[in-house]
Design a protein around this ligand. Structure first.
Ligand code: MSP
Length: 503
């Protein structure tokens, strides 16, 4: 079997409910997977939840729940959201599953055996929010000299405990070699250069076990220790690929704040275990909300359910990938979503589809001319020429760039409707009217195809209205066997795709 294009999202912490940040990464991964599938390739999308560690233990305690019950509940919330957002994932891994825990122990044992993991003592600072060890020099001084996490801004814990270390220091030169030999490994390039500088600065060994945290995978042969939650979590990508030909992953999609774990520690772990490295790690940027960072204290987490109730799932998916270039930071606000919804979805796209379907319905009784003259100059050929460039952008995870290009076409088609005025042609020259409409329908079918990974339900409606039928009504088995189900159906007006909103 050919190896599917294997895409992963981070596995999400389950200390709190999902918000638009999580939705963003997962939708992007789904768009990429659907894009590959739409070109007839196999794609495989993995997502899941990260359930061990101190943060989860604390959150369950605060909720008055047993840790596993708590994990079950929140993990299910993530799973439900993906279903709601039309995300087609092929697997959903939880770090509390045996298939994952076994692989964590296996990899840990390999590294212990070859000397890449050794026992020592960790004295230093720990940030529970990001579940990471923090160098004294990176900590921020807060009020009364309290040391705070550089990203979380929360007080750091002082740890002094026996621990197992991973010999990350050994892998600096090999990592640099790998980055150099594989320029596409880290993306986008501005974030890759940060990683390069970091590794060139020299790597230190990292602590990979905790004695104080009970909610974790026991270190093989030393049950006083549990495996450090990040060391544990990263292994999910490989654990989920067991028994398949999926590994190595084609792309890990992550947020910028966890790029280092994926670009430095994870590849070093794989090198230590002599396993193949993923082909690419892509770090996208962060959303702020109405200009502010999302945080518990600000209480400004955006709930994807609230937004989709108001604007629909497809508009939400579209907005997230159109508004900010993948890799950059951006700001989410209802006002900008509403503006794009009305201007681009309701006006540019929705209106165009309605107008064209309506005209074919009214002037041609819903039927397209079957045999246009071969020498006719069809705009559809110009539209089709866009495909290689849109494909290249999709392959490079430049989702907003691809959508920009699709919208150039949508706008050009709108201009064409106005310029050709089929309603005038219908009175003066019916054949000319038919050909213009034929051309518009064909062009819009291409647009529907390009939009399918982003807005699957909308694309299906567009194709339905524009006569792309896989199963026309009243087929017999003989019809299907003779391939008659592949013929084009009638053009039918449908409900408005995006009713205008009051912004
Ligand atoms: N459990 C770790 C990941 C382990 S992967 C082996 C973790 N989980 S998390 O729940 O905190 O999710 C982090 C991810 O959520 C980010 O990498 C990013 O994909 C997404 N986002 C969280 N907040 C975000 C924004 N404000 N904006 C965009 N994406 C963000 O880290």
């Amino acid at each position: 079997m050919t190896k599917p294009y294997y895409i992963t999202t981070p596995i999400y912490y389950i200390n709190a409910a999902p918000h638009i940040g999580h939705a963003y990464t997962t939708i992007a991964a789904d768009v990429l997977a659907r894009w590959h599938r739409s070109r007839g390739k196999a794609a495989y999308l993995l997502t899941g939840t990260d359930e061990h560690g101190q943060k989860i233990e604390d959150a369950a305690k605060a909720a008055g729940k047993h840790t596993l019950d708590f994990s079950d509940q929140v993990s299910a919330k993530f799973r439900d959201l993906w279903k709601h957002l039309d995300v087609l994932h092929d697997d959903y891994i939880r770090t509390t599953e045996k298939r994952h825990e076994d692989k964590v122990q296996e990899l840990f044992s390999v590294l212990l055996k070859n000397g890449d993991v050794y026992k020592g003592k960790y004295e230093g600072l720990y940030d529970v929010v990001s579940e990471s060890f923090v160098k004294e020099s990176d900590a921020v001084k807060g009020p009364n000299g309290v040391l705070l996490g550089p990203d979380s801004g929360k007080p750091l814990q002082k740890l002094s405990e026996e621990t197992y270390f991973f010999k990350l220091s050994r892998y600096g030169p090999k990592l640099l070699e790998h980055y150099k030999a594989n320029p596409g490994f880290l993306a986008p390039s501005h974030r890759a250069s940060e990683i390069l500088r970091f590794v060139e600065g020299g790597l230190e060994d990292i602590s990979v076990s905790r004695t104080k945290v009970k909610w974790g995978v026991p270190v093989p042969g030393d049950s006083d220790h549990t495996v450090y939650v990040w060391f544990d979590a990263l292994i999910n990508y490989w654990a989920a690929a067991q028994g398949t030909n999926l590994w190595p992953a084609d792309v890990h999609i992550v947020g910028k704040e966890i790029f280092r774990f994926h670009a430095v520690i994870w590849p070093a772990m794989l090198m230590a275990a002599a396993l193949p490295l993923p082909k690419k790690v892509f770090a996208h940027g962060w959303w702020t909300v109405e200009g502010a960072k999302m945080s518990k204290s600000a209480g400004n987490f955006v709930d994807p359910y609230d937004i989709t109730v108001e604007f629909g799932v497809d508009a939400f998916r579209y907005f997230l990938l159109r508004e900010m270039p993948f890799g950059n930071d951006g700001d989410f606000s209802k006002a900008s979503l509403c503006k794009r919804y009305n201007a681009e979805l309701a006006n540019d796209l929705g209106n165009l589809v309605s107008r064209v379907a309506e005209m074919v319905d009214r002037f041609l009784g819903g039927k397209l001319p079957t045999k246009p003259p071969l020498d006719a100059d069809f705009y559809t050929t110009t539209v089709a020429k866009r495909t290689p460039s849109i494909s290249a952008k999709m392959d490079a995870l430049d989702f907003s760039g691809a959508l920009d290009e699709v919208w150039e076409v949508v706008r050009a088609l709108n201009a064409r409707v106005n310029e050709k005025a089929p309603w005038k042609l219908a009175k003066a020259d019916m054949r000319a009217c038919e050909l213009v409409l034929f051309d518009l329908v064909c062009s819009l079918r291409l647009v529907g195809g390009w939009l399918d990974p982003f807005m699957p339900a909308t694309a299906a409606k567009i194709h339905m209205q524009l006569g792309v039928r896989v199963f026309p009504e009243a087929l017999t088995a003989d019809d299907v066997l003779q391939g008659k189900d592949r013929g084009a159906g009638l053009i039918q007006k449908g409900p408005i795709l995006f009713p205008r909103k009051q912004c």
